[in-house]
Design a protein around this ligand. Structure first.
Ligand SMILES: O=C1C[C@@](O)(C(=O)O)C[C@@H](O)[C@@H]1O
Length: 223
């Protein structure tokens, strides 16, 4: 899966939900950290949509313990034929252990999405740019999910998304929280390559997400 154009990923903890996502999604984000036995689930997967594998660590909003097994599982997932991309946190790469997952992705011709999350705020423009550039340095796609508290926060993120896209870089951005919700529909207009949405709103994996059907409609209407 290349991310040359926008990819709408249905965020799911149970790969069986792919059947419900297929109509509106381009891919599924398999939240391995929310699944009971993620590698067995991948072995059993017989869906059509390509899988973006995420094993989100607890200090970055997920439920996976920060141990070797987490990164190993991500490396194993990268080798799975259905897995077209893996998500690795920039902070895990900086800590050292995340590099193995990027390397595993490269070996398997999978895309490495390197991500940064800020659950508190939207940092100033220079800091946003620094984070996204670092993420791009290690990954094929640099991803930045911040928390917006105002429209100004969203504008800053959109302006950066636009600038990076104009410069030819592959980035994915979104502002979490209520104030950032519209960014999920609008950021793709400015070049963001990935959107995330739960099939059922009750299964949201981040604050402010639209459900899948709604986000597909909004992105299509705006695009
Ligand atoms: O990193 C991201 C983005 C996200 O946090 C969001 O804001 O939509 C949702 C997560 O499932 C995904 O791994």
């Amino acid at each position: 899966m290349d991310f040359d154009s926008f990819v709408l990923a249905a965020s799911i903890a149970d790969l069986a939900a792919e059947a419900d996502a297929r109509e509106h999604a381009d891919a599924v984000e398999f939240r391995m950290d929310l699944a009971a036995d993620p590698l067995a689930a991948l072995d059993d997967y017989d869906g059509d949509l390509p899988v973006l594998a995420t094993n989100r660590v607890e200090w970055e909003g997920g439920e996976a313990a920060d141990d070797e097994a987490r990164v190993e599982a991500l490396c194993d997932a990268a080798a799975h034929p259905a897995v077209a991309a893996v998500d690795v946190e920039l902070a895990a790469i900086a800590a050292g252990d995340g590099r193995a997952a990027v390397e595993a992705a490269r070996e398997e011709d999978a895309t490495a999405v390197v991500s940064v999350h800020d659950f508190e705020e939207t940092p100033p423009r220079a800091e946003l740019a620094r984070l996204l550039e670092q993420a791009r340095e290690f990954g094929d796609v640099g991803k930045l999910a911040v928390t917006a508290r105002s429209r100004g926060d969203v504008l800053r993120l959109l302006a950066l998304t636009h600038a990076q896209t104009e410069a030819g870089h592959a980035v994915a951005t979104m502002a979490m929280g209520e104030a950032g919700r519209h960014s999920r529909a609008v950021a793709p207009v400015y070049g963001s390559r990935i959107g995330y949405a739960p099939v059922d709103p009750a299964d949201a994996t981040a604050p402010g997400q639209y459900d899948l059907r709604t986000l597909r409609r909004l992105v299509s209407d705006l695009g």
